[in-house]
Write a protein that binds this ligand. Structure first.
Ligand code: SF4
Length: 163
């Protein structure tokens, strides 16, 4: 086993289309060999079946928060990580996942979403990540801007002195 220090990361998806996860897997095509030397992927369901949220250095979180159970889940992630990075517009601003927050016409709400609200685990409003937990950095874009993500990754590798 290598004794080289690595930055321990998790990658999480909440209410969203997961396009930033797809973009990340594309980036892995080019960067996996380089990143494996400095990053431990402790939670990343897109590429692993055994995952843990314990003892993370950085949690990358995409998607908006649309239910109380998601809020509890993301709070648990926050308790288990030193830093949280919001990934993509849905996590950073809520939109477009929070579009239903803008419905003001009661008839439209009844017609379009009330059945879903009554039958599934949804909160009244969809929230951006920083309405639920502390966020340390953001990667904007829909999906995330890849260059900003690479810059943020380098920033945190430097913080953890593993570059
Ligand atoms: S920000 Fe865009 S790409 Fe990312 S999850 Fe939301 S809708 Fe999908």
């Amino acid at each position: 086993m290598s004794d080289t220090k690595k930055m321990v990361i998790g990658w999480f998806s909440f209410t969203c289309c997961e396009d930033s996860t797809i973009l990340l897997t594309e980036l892995l095509n080019d960067h996996l060999d380089e990143w494996k030397k400095v990053v431990e992927f402790r939670y990343m369901r897109a590429i692993k079946t055994k995952n843990s949220i314990e003892g993370l250095d950085v949690a990358f979180i995409e998607g908006a928060i649309s239910s109380d159970s998601q809020a509890k889940e993301v709070q648990k992630i926050r308790e288990n990580t030193k830093y949280v990075i919001a990934i993509g517009s849905c996590a950073c601003t809520g939109m477009p996942s929070a579009s239903r927050n803008l419905f003001s016409n009661e008839a439209l709400i009844q017609e379009k979403i009330q059945w879903y609200m009554s039958n599934f685990d949804y909160s009244q409003k969809v929230k951006k990540l920083e309405e639920v937990i502390k966020v340390d950095d953001k990667v904007m874009g829909c999906p995330m801007d890849a260059n900003t993500f690479l810059e943020i990754l380098q920033k945190y590798l430097a913080i953890f002195k593993v570059t």
